[in-house]
Design a protein around this ligand. Structure first.
Ligand SMILES: [Zn+2]
Length: 261
């Protein structure tokens, strides 16, 4: 399947975000280790090798309740797919404001953006002790980026440009990750929401510069703040997006520049 859509930047905020950065990896759009700065020059097929829709068989079938729940919570209906992320260190995931797949015939809703999970990342998450919570944490982070694209792209573009870094943009998405875990605990009581925080904490990188996503402590604190909000119950999507924005607006990242040494 040839996909020739071009990814574009929206209001200065790149319209896709590969999210789990990896120490020591070369930051290219292809391996997903960096926030894309030149996404508008790439064909989707060449940029994301192995691009495909998610399947309806196990283990991918386990995504269905997660996607349905988050689509309702965030009032967003992205298309989900997979790509080959074996070029990255830990695996990766990303959100795009574009639909990278043709619309499904007779779909009862309009799709809004795309979430791609790397094959390697998904395989790793499936081996996690609390695999559902781990997968949900990654998906919720990506929904966080979709909320940015929908409600706050100009505001977050300014923050990114001010910082010269995507750190606070990423910590916003971590806040949403924690919020989703909090809502799940609010609804289910025994949900292992802490796994979401742990998962993001482990994803914290020490690469300072354009691709830095926050230190482990910053990511953990952002998830915890979102969790505290979500554990009181769900909020309208735009409201939680603005609360996440308020949270990152007051943050002073430990480091947004540097050479990573
Ligand atoms: Zn991200």
């Amino acid at each position: 399947m040839l996909i020739s859509r071009r990814l574009v930047s929206l209001g200065g905020l790149a319209a896709l975000c590969p999210c789990l950065s990896a120490e020591g990896a070369t930051p290219t759009a292809a391996n997903g280790c960096a926030f894309s700065q030149a996404a508008d020059s790439h064909d989707s097929n060449s940029q994301y090798p192995g691009l495909r829709r998610w399947g309806a068989e196990p283990p991918e079938l386990a995504l269905a309740p997660i996607v349905i729940e988050m689509s309702q919570l965030f009032e967003l209906t992205p298309v989900f797919g997979f790509y080959d992320d074996t070029g990255s260190c830990k695996g990766n995931a990303l959100a795009s404001s574009e639909e990278l797949f043709p619309p499904a015939p007779n779909a009862p809703f309009k799709t809004e953006g795309t979430v791609l999970l790397g094959e390697k990342l998904f395989s790793n998450l499936n081996r996690a002790q609390y695999q559902t919570a781990a997968i949900a944490a990654v998906c919720a982070h990506e929904f966080g980026h979709l909320l940015q694209f929908k409600y706050l792209k100009s505001e977050l573009s300014r923050i990114r440009d001010l910082d010269g870094s995507v750190v606070r943009v990423e910590l916003f998405a971590d806040f949403i990750c924690g919020y989703d875990a909090g809502v799940r605990q609010f609804r289910q009581g025994d949900y292992a929401g802490a796994i979401g925080a742990l998962n993001q904490y482990r994803s914290g990188d020490l690469v300072f510069g354009e691709s830095h996503h926050g230190t482990p402590e910053e990511r953990g604190h952002s998830v915890t703040a979102g969790f505290a909000t979500g554990s009181k119950g769900p909020l309208p999507p735009e409201r939680i997006a603005r609360l996440a924005f308020e949270y990152i607006s007051t943050l002073i990242p430990q480091a947004v520049h540097g050479d990573g040494c």
